[in-house]
Design a protein around this ligand. Sequence first.
Ligand code: DX5
Ligand code: ZN
Length: 211
Amino acid sequence: MIKVAPSLLASDFSCLAEEIRTVETADFLHLDVMDGHFVPNLTIGPCVVECLRPHTDLPFDTHLMIDNPLKYIEPFAKSGSDYITVHMEQPDDIKQCISLIQSFGKKAGLAISPDTPIDVLKPYLNEISIITVMSVYPGFGGQKFIETTYDKVVGIAKMIQDKDILLSVDGGVNAENARKLEACGASVAVAGSSVFGVNNRAAAIMDIRGE
Ligand code: DX5
Ligand code: ZN
């Protein structure tokens, strides 16, 4: 069954602790970090992640949409992230990013934006724990799912079939496309609007899982 990672970006930022309680039945909490450089938007920093940590036992899937993540991996690791994902399109050395994440005992992830071919991930498949395929251009929640993502998911699923790597899809994911994504080989559905945009979050999570 596909796992669900509600994306906090779509929640009410005036009451984050309460919002997190409404998604306790999920599998992960997805935290979108944006720097106004790698993407044209700003969100949260490590101090917010640290404040949220005592409010849930859900693993934190921290998605760094930032340039120069080498500068910020340590504070995000120390603030309580469990998975830390960096983008293939940012300028820092990918191997160094992975090693630094793992040096803090955290699981390393790589994300690819919609225009990035899946082959760029190949050199790192023995080191990483999660791959995030962006199904929208990173920067904002509530965008429309890009249909070419299905083929990328099929391709990556094939590449990692004998490996213990989560394959997560991020952007415009809902209960309908989650079925097809699961059939293509995705193991985690990141869902912002389709979870936090409705009143009954527990039902939304079950719908995305196909329960
Ligand atoms: C976009 C973020 C996503 C976003 C998903 O840059 O990485 O995690 O919050 O939100 P929805 O599900 O609304 O597309
Ligand atoms: Zn994200």
